[in-house]
Structures are given as C-alpha cells and as structure tokens.
Design a protein around this ligand. Structure first.
Ligand code: BDR
Ligand code: CA
Length: 314
C-alpha cells in the first residue's frame, strides 16, 4: 500500500528535488503540499509549490501556511543559496492553479483527522506549520502515523551557524514543540544528509533521463552548486530534503539511534538540536519524560542517490 504523506515545504532547490521524487515514486500517495516561509517568502514558496506540482503533471493540492516564525523575528531569506525566487532564478512566472482556500494548518488537521493513524508528515522546512497544527489540535499527535523531518544535527556543526541547521534555526520554538510532543518522530538532519553527495554529473544524468523535471532541476540548481563550490568549498551538494522522503521509502539505507531531542531557543546557539541517546545520561534533569525521537546518524549515500536516480528515470 502506498504511504499517505503530506509534505510541509519551503521550496527551495532541494525541496524541488524532494517533491518531484515523492510525486514520481509509486510508494507515496501525496495528499498535499503545505507551504511555509523559509527559503523564500510564503508568497513565493506557495507559488513555487504550485509550479512544481504543475511541472510534475500531478494533481495535488497546495495549501499556503505560515509566513513568520512563532516567536522570533523572521531570519533573512537565504537568497545566496536558493536565489531571490527560491528556485535559482528559474521559478515559472505563472501557475495555472491556485492554492486551496484553507490555511495549511487546517489542511493538515483536517487531512489527518480524515485518515487517522495513516498519514506521515514530512516537514522539509521550518516547523512552524506543524507546531501551529499541534497547538490548534492537540489530538493530532495521536492521529498522525509519524513525522519524518529534515532538520537538525546531532553530532555535526550546523550549516547556518556553528550550532544550528537552517530549518531548526528558522523557528527553534516550533522545533522544540515538535520534539517534545508525544508522537513518533524521525529527525533526519545533517548527520545523515552530509553522507549523500549530489554532483553536477548526477544532475546532468537527471536532465538526460528525467524528462521536463530533470531539465528543470538542472537549470534551477546551477546557483545552488555555485554556492556550494564558491562559499562552502565543495564540488557537490548535500542532498538534504530528498533524503527525508527516501528514508520513508528505504529506511534500511539509514542508521538510526533512539534518542530524545531538545532545542536551544535563544542566544548564540539558538536552533541547536541536542540529542541524548536513550541509553546514556539517564536521570539527567530536563531529560526525564522527554519524548522518544529516532535520530538518523548516517546514510548509505551512494545507495540513497542510486535509488533517487532510478526513481526519477523515465
Ligand atoms: C534545509 O534548509 C533549507 O535551506 C533546505 O531546503 C533544507 O530544507 C537544509 O539545512
Ligand atoms: Ca527545505
């Protein structure tokens, strides 16, 4: 049976790779995309989500969500990474469909309630929509099948500050709510995504074999690759958001440790995720009664990428 998923997303170059994969894969029934600010404004990420669904030739609702974090002032959009339009300068100017009327938070709540115990939430942006949904409908935690999120770092530095990964940094209070709630959460962060290296050659193969979507991804990721080579000093990109989707389909490609996770919500380490392995530091104040989180510590990068390429090949 196909896994029912809602992708909460801030497209974003790697979001585009993830969304195309999910819409192409026979393993998923994508019930909707819910947009959140992050890599660009909420107007732009909603537009991009609609454009990506259209490019994929899919019939999948898109709901517009939060435009600001819960408590902190919104961080600057990472235009040097994803471009002014979040799509490396290649966002289609027009889309033929509009977002659904309902706010993303209500879309999530209604969809989960209509499909109790069978919806996986896959957040690949800041966790604001998910936290707002939990706040509005506390029953959500017991009705969702699981949450598989891209964000955080357990054993590595962050990627926007030495402490923080971008999605958690953007809304640390929302992330703390998600990690504290009593539901099944998989944290797939930099520890795993830094094992998965996407090269320009991989994207050239996608452009050759992946139809319109592969060609779009090649154009849109040009600036993303430039950022990685010129600023980070890498001749490849870390394959962040698609890895969360691929975890859902191929969990055997990832190593996971049962843990609890807390988030630093202010100061110079704001957005840092601290993961305590379930079997260590027992009895520590602040960690007792914390929800269990499955933290991905590594990935079989070549196998993850091979699976992605095989899925995208027409
Ligand atoms: C995450 O941050 C965003 O810029 C990417 O789309 C991804 O979700 C990686 O840290
Ligand atoms: Ca993202």
């Amino acid at each position: 049976m196909r896994e029912k998923i809602i992708i909460d997303t801030d497209p974003g170059i790697d979001d585009a790779f993830a969304i195309f994969y999910a819409l192409r894969s026979a393993q998923f029934d994508v019930l909707g995309l819910t947009a959140v600010y992050g890599n660009a404004s909420i107007e732009q990420t909603t537009h991009n989500a609609l454009a990506l669904v259209e490019l994929a030739g899919a019939d999948c609702p898109v709901a517009r969500g939060a435009g600001d974090p819960l408590e902190i002032e919104r961080r600057a959009y990472p235009t040097m990474v994803h471009g002014e339009d979040g799509m490396g300068g290649f966002a289609p100017t027009t889309v033929s469909k509009a977002a659904v009327e309902r706010h993303a938070v209500d879309f999530i709540i209604d969809t989960v309630r209509a499909n109790p115990s069978s919806v996986t939430l896959v957040p690949i942006g800041p966790l604001t929509n998910i936290a707002l949904a939990l706040r509005k409908a506390p029953d959500l935690a017991s009705l969702v099948k699981r949450v598989v999120l891209m964000g955080g770092a357990a054993q590595l530095n962050g990627n926007v500050t030495p402490a923080a990964e971008a999605n958690i940094y953007d809304d640390p209070h929302a992330a703390e709510m998600v990690f504290a709630a009593d539901w099944e959460v998989v944290m797939l962060g930099l520890d795993a995504t830094h094992d998965v290296h996407l090269t320009r050659d991989d994207v050239a193969a996608l452009a050759r074999d992946g139809g319109v979507q592969g060609q779009f991804l090649q154009q849109a990721s040009e600036q993303y690759f430039d950022f990685h080579s010129d600023v980070v000093g890498l001749d490849f990109c870390h394959f962040h958001d698609p890895s969360a989707l691929i975890y859902c389909a191929k969990p055997e490609l990832f190593a996971v440790q049962a843990s609890s996770v807390r988030v630093v919500t202010d100061g110079f380490a704001s957005g840092k995720t601290i993961a305590k392995p379930a079997t260590r530091f027992t009895g520590q104040p602040g960690w007792e009664d914390r929800a269990r989180v499955s933290v991905c510590l590594s990935a079989d990068g070549p196998a993850v990428l091979a699976h992605y390429q095989a899925t995208m090949k027409l």
